[in-house]
Structures are given as C-alpha cells and as structure tokens.
Design a protein around this ligand. Structure first.
Ligand code: ATP
Length: 233
C-alpha cells in the first residue's frame, strides 16, 4: 500500500533521513517508534511531500508519488493526523470536520460526518462547541475525525497519544484498532512504544534517521534491545 525505498530527506544541507525503507501493507497497523529527533515526523511528512525526498522512491498503491505535490498526494486516499493535532480552535467541532471533507460534495460530507459521529459519539454531543475549549483527548478525537472525513484508505497518525491521560490514551488506541477493523490501513508514529507495538501488526525502530530494526509488534516487544531503549528495561 505504502512503500518507501531508500528515502533520503534533507533540511537544507542537513540530512535527516539516511536511506529509509519501510513497507505498510493493506489492512495493517504499522508502528514507527524512535527517540526524540530520530526523524519520525520527517519520515511521515516526506510521505506527504513536505519536505520532498531528496532521493529514493515512495509508492502509494503502486503509484510513484515521490515528486508529487502534497495536495495531489492528499487526494489519493491518504489522510494525516499531524503532531499537535492542528485543529482550528476558533471553529466548532462541525466546522472542523467540514474542513476535512473539502474535497467531497455535500452529500458525501454528510455521510462522512455521520460516520465520524458514530465512531466518536462525544464529538456529536459537542458538535457546536468551539474546538479550542475541548479537552486534549476530545481534540485528538476531532483531529482523527477530521482526517476520516475524506474517507481515506490509509491514515497516518503522528504521536496521537502525546500529552493525554492514560485512560484517554487507551481509548485512542482502541479507536485506532477499530479503524483497522473497518479496513483502513494505519501508519502510526509513537513515543508510547509499548502501546504502539502492542497494537501493531508490524513495527519499525528509527534511530538517527535510519531503520535499525523491523519485525512483528510482538517480536519487537520481546526484543531485549527494544525493551532497554524504548520500554523502560
Ligand atoms: P520528536 O519525537 O521530537 O517529534 P522526531 O523523531 O519526529 O522527533 P523530527 O522532528 O523528524 O524527529 O526531526 C529529525 C531531525 O530533523 C532533527 O534533528 C530535527 O532537528 C531536524 N528537523 C526537523 N524539522 C526541521 C526543519 N523544519 N528544519 C530543519 N531541521 C529540522
């Protein structure tokens, strides 16, 4: 579904990704874990073309998207929930959702909205509330809901558990599992390595811009190096 082949990404003269290869198959949850500054966000954003890869190839559903503009990539059945959520805090929940459905016609937007409210009844209850006044967990639900408005085949999530209380994190991970059950392929970046690997079919460990390990989520959880570096020993 998504394939990165030997991708290098630069910020000016500085190389942040040093030849990264990753595969996410249809219907999988794949988690990418790594320390602060390892290049996780850079990897996700390179898939979206912001910044573009300086070399290597990226394929989405067998189409080479390496040099495509971001707007075109985002019309190809891919949706992203960026780090820090980036919701429009002055707009209501409903208005935020409509911003996520802007490629679709009104009937499709209504359908997608109903689907999002089914998945997140809490958002329906708060439909007319300004997004900026909601709790962190509700805002994360909104960010995921907004991404779902375009009816993606694949969703990329950057640190969805960041700054949330344990109970809310559990809910967010349950929802991510539900997305896979609905047939959406998930590529997840997380510092919360334990939960991310527990949920994942497969995982990758990124260290200073390189993939150090990849395996099933279960095998990575059992790997002593991963335990020492990312799971608190
Ligand atoms: P975190 O978990 O802290 O978000 P990360 O693994 O997502 O970290 P990135 O944000 O991708 O890591 O950063 C990888 C490297 O690229 C870091 O050295 C960072 O300083 C650098 N970097 C990231 N964004 C930019 C930018 N816009 N301009 C220059 N350098 C950048």
């Amino acid at each position: 579904m998504l394939v990165l082949e030997n991708v290098h990404t630069h910020y000016g003269k500085i190389e942040a990704l040093h030849g990264v290869s990753v595969e996410v198959n249809k219907g999988e949850i794949v988690s990418l874990i790594g320390a602060n500054g390892a290049g996780k966000t850079t990897l996700l954003m390179t898939v979206c073309g912001m910044p573009q890869a300086s070399s290597g190839r990226i394929f989405l559903e067998d189409r080479d998207i390496t040099n495509e503009p971001t707007a075109q990539i985002m019309r190809s059945g891919l949706a992203i929930v960026p780090e820090g959520r980036r919701i429009f805090s002055g707009l209501t929940v409903e208005e935020n959702l409509h911003m996520g459905g802007f490629f679709n016609n009104k009937t499709e937007i209504r359908k997608s909205q109903a689907h999002v409210y089914e998945l997140f009844p809490r958002l329906k209850e708060r439909e007319h509330q300004r997004a900026g006044t909601m709790s962190g967990g509700e805002q994360q639900m909104l960010a995921i809901g907004r991404a779902l408005m375009s009816r993606p085949n694949m969703i990329i999530l950057d640190e969805p558990s960041l700054g949330l209380a344990p109970l809310i994190i559990k809910q967010i991970f349950e929802i991510i599992g539900q997305l896979r059950d609905e047939g959406i392929t998930v590529f997840l970046v997380e510092q919360n390595a334990h939960q991310a690997l527990h949920l994942a079919d497969r995982g990758y460990v990124l260290e200073t811009g390189k993939i150090r390990l990849h395996d099933t989520g279960q095998n990575l959880l059992a790997n002593p190096d991963v335990q020492n570096a990312y799971l608190g020993g």
